[in-house]
Design a protein around this ligand. Structure first.
Ligand code: AHG
Ligand code: MN
Ligand code: MN
Length: 333
């Protein structure tokens, strides 16, 4: 079985990028160890603090953030980082080449119930003449990502990675190595599985309500087939399922807070997951346009997301076609 570094060399990945991905995996291994120890390590439960998004921080949100920050800032290739759990970008080596954005612990409501969580990351080049302390340096469309991935902490820890040459899975072995366990992931174009938080149904736009209504009608509706539903409340786990066996995952805009374009964050969740999904032959959209085409305005910006099996995501987009002109601008903000 191939080691992660051997595989990346075979793909003719830049040595610096291999080095940086190695650093990220050192941090993720430490996160995996903390999570495995759980209550024994005293890492369960919440802190007294809230993050810049106004969400209560779990102890593991802070621990994972500190670990990623420590490892990344020790690597001279890192010019700076932006994290869901940091108010502002953090500068690294002024001569560094890369910017890393990350969600240190995704699905953190699952930590205390021993259900899957993950770490999501995205790697960008530092634009010429800019510093890792400048927010503007990070405001690059998803198309500019040079690598993205996540580590899912489930029964096993699995890295799902793309450097723009397809998507591959690597499993963390007891030796501490990530080994290639599935290559060239391809998402089936059709599916009968959807994932959405149904408790928000009344808050969605009518377009999304109509689309989901048809799925729920199953063989008795226009779709003529039954759909099954999943909701793990961890985007990493949902995307891993979609990459593994297909499906559609959506966290659409809803009117609970009309000022926000969505719940999920463009730089830490939307873009890296979209890169993986597109590299595996799927589609990732706001329902009005591709997520990776959005020109970000702020590092903590939110985005509406529908991603997964190509034909199913296109069907969801069909429901939004008539209102696209009037609504796209709001959701792409
Ligand atoms: P985070 O834990 O990083 O804040 O992200 C949680 C996200 C995402 O992973 C998940 O799909 C969604 O929020 C769950 O939201 P609900 O609690 O509304 O189900
Ligand atoms: Mn998250
Ligand atoms: Mn998080």
């Amino acid at each position: 079985m191939l080691l992660l570094s051997q595989f990346l060399k075979q793909q003719e990945t830049d040595d610096n990028l291999i080095d940086l991905i190695g650093t990220l995996m050192l941090a993720c291994k430490e996160v995996a160890i903390q999570l495995r120890e759980g209550a024994l390590a005293g890492v369960l439960g919440s802190t007294e603090d809230t993050n810049v998004q106004g969400e209560t921080q779990k102890k593991m949100d802070v621990i994972a953030n500190d670990l990623l920050k420590k490892f990344l800032l020790d690597n001279p290739l890192v010019a700076g980082l932006a994290s869901e759990e940091e108010d502002l970008p953090v500068a690294g080596n002024p001569d560094g080449r890369y910017l890393v954005t990350f969600d240190p612990l995704d699905g953190s409501s699952n930590i205390d119930i021993n259900v899957s969580v993950g770490t999501i990351f995205s790697i960008l080049e530092l634009p010429e003449g800019m510093s890792g302390a400048d927010e503007a340096a990070y405001l690059q469309a998803g198309r500019k990502q040079i690598a993205a991935g996540y580590v899912l902490y489930g029964q096993s820890a699995v890295l799902s990675l793309t450097t723009g040459k397809g998507v591959n899975f690597f499993t963390l072995a007891h030796t501490g190595d990530f080994l290639l366990t599935r290559d060239n992931i391809e998402i089936p174009a059709d599916t009968n599985e959807f994932a959405i938080n149904m408790s928000n149904q009344r808050h969605w736009e009518p377009e999304m309500q109509s689309y989901i209504d048809e799925l729920l009608l199953g063989v008795e509706g226009n779709r003529g087939k039954n759909f099954n539903m999943r909701w793990i409340a961890s985007m990493v786990a949902e995307v891993h399922r979609v990459l593994t066996r297909g499906g559609i995952f959506a966290y659409p805009w809803d009117k609970r807070d009309e000022s926000k374009p969505g719940k999920l964050r463009l730089m830490y969740e939307g873009n890296p997951m979209s890169f993986l999904i597109e590299q595996a032959g799927g589609l990732s959209t706001t329902c009005y346009g591709n997520i990776m085409d959005i020109e970000p305005q702020k590092i903590h910006q939110r985005v509406a997301v529908a991603l997964g099996s190509k034909n199913e995501v296109e069907t969801a987009m069909e429901f939004h076609r008539d209102s696209a002109d009037s609504k796209a601008a709001r959701l792409n903000r």
